[in-house]
Design a protein around this ligand. Structure first.
Ligand code: SAM
Length: 265
């Protein structure tokens, strides 16, 4: 699919849940957020239907995200279903890694190709403060398990205040080099204010080259993280929702009332 700015749209990011087992300070308020009701969350069959339709329209890259994708019950089954869709050449997941120790091997077995793991610091205390209670040791266990399971290339997503020159980011970069991982540095964004930058070492945030659509956990296809325009797959059906999202993809991001946990970051 091509949008009206002649960008080829072939990457679908699927938020499988708005729930998360961390409360990162830049993502969610301390008290958490109003959650989507269970019955409003897309079923695996509905997600599969959207993915199949998207592939028929030219999507060949799919990423599962959230919330935290690994807190969605039975997510391994969903991965297996998606891995069976002919035409997805890259099936990936973005995760905070807390549950990867348990899930990496089953995910690889189900057909997941690779993972991006969020890691902002190597310091356990700062990690706990940043994530409001996260246990960094579990992330390292998750990283080891992902590598052992062959979920590679492993990429580390590191959120920075200003740049990768910050000490925590430098530590993450050195760790990535030692272990043979790629590191991507994402400047803290503000959806409401519309402040965002191209991701260092990655492809996000670069509007002229954007190739993405996002499916939220309750079934809205968003053409842009920094826009509130969205099309419901339940109201319109997957094909019409996907086509309209492509047609309405803005030239560049503006602002959005959505939050990262809802649209999948
Ligand atoms: N829970 C998963 C994880 O932590 O990777 C997937 C969802 S999370 C919303 C996806 C990515 O968005 C993470 O790397 C997270 O650090 C990043 N993120 C969240 N809020 C952000 C913000 N305000 N600015 C930049 N990146 C942000």
């Amino acid at each position: 699919m091509f949008d009206k700015f002649n960008r080829r749209i072939h990457y679908l990011r699927i938020s499988v849940t708005d729930r998360c087992n961390l409360r990162c300070v830049y993502c969610m308020p301390k008290e958490g957020v109003r959650l989507v009701r269970h019955e409003d969350i897309l079923s695996f069959e509905e997600i599969l239907d959207v993915a199949r339709t998207a592939v028929a329209l030219g999507v060949d890259k799919v990423r599962l995200t959230g919330g935290e994708p690994l807190v969605r019950r039975d997510v391994v089954t969903l991965v297996r279903m998606l891995a069976g869709v002919d035409g997805i050449r890259d099936l990936a997941m973005t995760t905070n890694g807390i549950l990867l120790g348990r899930y990496a091997a089953p995910l690889a077995d189900a057909g997941l190709d690779r993972v991006n793991i969020s890691l902002d610091t190597l310091d356990a205390q700062r990690y706990a403060a940043l994530t409001r209670g996260g246990d960094l040791a579990r992330v390292f266990e998750g990283i080891d398990a992902a590598q052992a399971a062959g979920l590679e290339p492993i990429k580390l997503n590191c959120v920075v205040a200003e740049s990768s020159a910050e000490p925590d980011a430098q530590d993450v970069a050195a760790f990535a080099r030692r272990r043979g991982f790629a590191a991507r540095f994402i400047r803290r964004m503000d959806l409401l204010c519309g402040t965002f930058w191209p991701v260092e070492g990655g492809s996000g945030g670069d509007c002229p080259r954007c190739n993405r659509l996002r499916l939220s956990s309750e079934g809205t296809v968003y053409p842009c993280l920094f826009s509130d325009i969205g099309f419901s797959v339940r109201e319109l059906g997957p094909e019409e929702a996907l086509r309209r999202a492509v047609q309405h993809k803005p030239a560049s991001g503006q602002t959005s009332r959505n939050r990262f946990h809802a649209v999948g970051g």
